[in-house]
Structure formats: C-alpha cells, structure tokens
Ligand binder design. Structure first.
Ligand SMILES: NC(=O)c1ccc[n+]([C@@H]2O[C@H](COP(=O)([O-])OP(=O)(O)OC[C@H]3O[C@@H](n4cnc5c(N)ncnc54)[C@H](O)[C@@H]3O)[C@@H](O)[C@H]2O)c1
Length: 382
C-alpha cells in the first residue's frame, strides 16, 4: 500500500469491465489513477460512478493506445509509477473473423505502450493475459499450472501469447523493468455496490452476461454447447473468479512488479519463482482452483434471482474442452493473494448490477470525454 504521496497508476482500458473494478480497488488502496480508454467497449460512466462512490477523482483520457503523442503527453504530464495494461480486443470467436484487428490492437497497441514506457523511464507493468494461451489442457482432469504448454487455439489467444513473449524479451534486455503477467480464467460478478459491473456492447461473449439476458427476458433461452462431456453433469467445467478478487490480484501484483524491477540485477534471481529464467518477469494464474459447471452456474443464478432459466442442449463448439481449471498455488504463495468469493457471491453481485442497470450504463457523453472526473462524478474537460 502506498505511503505519503500517492503513487500514480496508469490504467489502459480502465473504463472496461475488469479495468473499472481494478480502478476502484486502487483508489481504495490510496493510489492515484490515470485512465486511457478509447471507449470502444465501455462507457466513462463506470469511472464517473466510482468517483461518486468513493469521493475520489480520476483523470481520464479518451483515446487509443496507438496514439504515441497521446501516450507521451500522459507520461509527461503525470509521474506514472506503474502501468496496468487491460486495453485489448477480447472475443475469441471475433478474433477468428478479424485477425488483423486483434493483432493490431493487442500486439501493435502494446508495442506502442512499451515504447512509451521506455521513452519515459517507467518500468513496472502488470499485463492482462488469459487462460486462452494454454489451449487444450494436456490432462483435462488436472489443474493447469503456469508451466503448462501454451498452444492457443485462436488469434485472440495467440495475440496475448505474443505480447507475453514481447514483454519477456523486453525484460531480458532491460533489467530495470519488472513485469507481472496475469493469466485470467473466467471473471464474473460485479462490485457489491451494484454501481459497476459487466456491460458488454453488442452480443455478450461470456456466459454470465448471456444468462442474465435470459433472466431479464431479453433472450428466451441459453444453448448449453456440449452436454456430453465427461464431467459431473455433462456440461463444461470452468474456473470462475469474482471480478473483485481479480481486481485485488492486480493490486497485489503492483508491489511484485516493483520488487522485480528493483531486485532483478541482484544475485537472488535463481530462487525467483518464475516459469522462466528471466528474473524480472513472472507469470501468475488468476483463478480459484475450483471447477464449476455451466449447468451449476445456471442453477445458482436461477436460485439467486428466483427465476427459471430456460436452457437447451446444443452441440459442442469446435475447440471446446471438458474442463479448464487453474492451479492458483503460485499466486497464493508469492503474491499472497487468493480468490475468496464464491460462485453464489458472483451470481448475486452480477444480478444486483443487472437489476439496477437493465440497460447497462446509459449516460450519453458527447464529444471527447478527456478530463478530470471529480468527486461528484462530473467531468471537467481539459
Ligand atoms: N473478461 C474476460 O473474460 C477476460 C478473460 C481473460 C483475459 N481478459 C483480458 O482482460 C482485459 C480486460 O478485459 P475486460 O473483460 O475488462 O474487457 P473490456 O472490453 O471491458 O475492457 C477493455 C477496455 O479496453 C478498451 N480498449 C480497447 N481497445 C483499445 C485501444 N486500442 N485503446 C484504448 N482502449 C482500448 C475498451 O474500450 C475497454 O474499455 C483484456 O485485455 C482481456 O483480453 C478478459
């Protein structure tokens, strides 16, 4: 936790689902926050609500990662202590249709960010990666450790793995750089306040927003793609993690990135718990270590909302697997972090946000929204 003057964290993609929950946790831990987001999949209302909830300001830049002049302006104007990099395109099916977009934003955008960090001497980074980098589990009955092979099945997963390699190469040549890679499993839920939550633009790509559209009557039913897996109820099993637990994982990772940046040139590196011999680069799974089936999620959501959720069996999707569950032991041990909230908490919190915000974030923001969001949540444009 920062002392005296607050440390400033630059959060790319901070208006989005996981980014906004992380911004909230950072502010609660007394960091100061600068957000860059092009709002391609989010609304600045998430940030505005956080300001009003916590009575703290956020500096917001509306713009793209690919604008090097904007990045220079941000790094020149603010004394950035560390970067948390969420901004990306994230739909695996869409990435199959638009591979160039995914490589351009996810890899090209990250290259621009890393170049700017180097130009401005900022050397602490936490990066959003994904369990999709693993591909099909070698043993579907076992937990997946960070040392599992990485054979991603789609352009999205490949673009994230490429960024991991890019950051690793930068760490190799720049010992003063410290990077923590977080591979998320399935983030679900919302902040307890019901003020911020998951509000995807267009058709939801994840299970829970889809289920909630059935609960709220926007969709008739949900297809269970694959009901003949070798799992306890035949539906796929995944590792669901509450988004607030995940957000706290980022806060824990900041101090780790600082440690890596400051100690990588020392001789303690052989005992460093990395998955690679690069002493200033570490990878952690962000998961609970517990498997929950798709049908169990539907059952829990139905109980939480006291509503039936119509679902039908559908064929398996190409590339799907029976079970994908994290081994989170490394993050538990080294980061001192663990997922604490239950699937019931995830469903209750996701429903609270959906019930309070059936249409998601609805404020209309005309023009460029760059400026300072004040403690009342109002935007003072630059
Ligand atoms: N949600 C998941 O299930 C999941 C799982 C694994 C990994 N991740 C990764 O976590 C990160 C955050 O995911 P999320 O669920 O919060 O997604 P999100 O879409 O809600 O957040 C991403 C944010 O980045 C912004 N953005 C996209 N391209 C940008 C660009 N070029 N410049 C500036 N801003 C840009 C979007 O507007 C959005 O606000 C992503 O990197 C994603 O790949 C997400």
């Amino acid at each position: 936790m920062p002392t005296e003057t607050p440390k400033t964290i630059f959060v790319t993609g901070g208006a989005g689902y996981i980014g906004s929950h992380t911004v909230l946790e950072l502010l609660q831990e007394s960091y100061s926050v600068i957000v860059l987001d092009n709002l391609s999949n989010s609304s600045p209302e998430s940030l505005s609500r956080i300001c009003a909830l916590l009575q703290k300001p956020i500096t917001f830049y509306q713009g793209s990662l690919s604008k090097s002049q904007l990045l220079d302006k941000i790094f020149t104007t603010h004394k950035v202590w560390a970067v948390i990099h969420f901004a990306a395109l994230k739909s695996a099916p869409e990435s199959v249709e638009k591979p160039l977009d995914y490589w351009g934003v996810n890899v090209g955008g990250t290259m621009g960010l890393l170049e700017a960090m180097r130009r401005h001497g900022v050397g602490r980074l936490v990066f959003s990666s994904t369990a999709a980098v693993y591909g099909t589990p070698v043993d579907p009955t076992s937990l997946i450790p960070e040392t599992h092979q990485t054979v991603p099945m789609n352009p999205y997963g490949r673009s994230k793995l490429a960024v991991e390699h890019l950051i690793r190469d930068l760490c190799t040549t720049t010992p003063s750089f410290g990077a923590v890679i977080l591979r998320y499993f399935n983030p679900v839920g919302a902040h307890k306040s019901g003020k911020i939550g998951e509000d995807p633009k267009g058709q939801p790509g994840n299970l829970v927003p889809f289920v909630l559209e059935v609960v709220s009557g926007k969709r008739k039913r949900i297809d269970i793609t694959g009901t003949d897996w070798e799992t306890r109820d035949g539906s796929g099993v995944r590792d669901f993690i509450h988004v607030v637990d995940l957000a706290k994982g980022h806060v824990a990772s900041l101090e780790r990135a600082d440690f890596l940046a400051s100690s990588s040139s020392s001789t303690t590196t052989t005992s460093s718990p990395t998955t690679s011999p690069i002493p200033n680069y570490e990878i952690y799974n962000m998961g609970s270590g517990l498997g929950t089936s798709v049908l169990e999620i539907i059952k829990t959501m139905s109980a939480v909302t006291s509503r039936p959720i119509d679902h039908v069996a559908a064929p398996r999707r190409a590339g799907d697997v029976a079970q994908v569950v994290a081994d989170p032991a490394r993050a538990n041990k080294i980061l001192g972090w663990r997922a604490e909230m239950t699937v019931k908490d995830m469903c209750e919190d996701a429903w609270r946000f959906k019930e309070a915000n059936p249409e998601g974030y609805t404020s209309v923001w005309e023009g460029d929204s760059s400026g300072v969001l004040g403690v009342d949540g109002r935007l003072e444009r630059f």
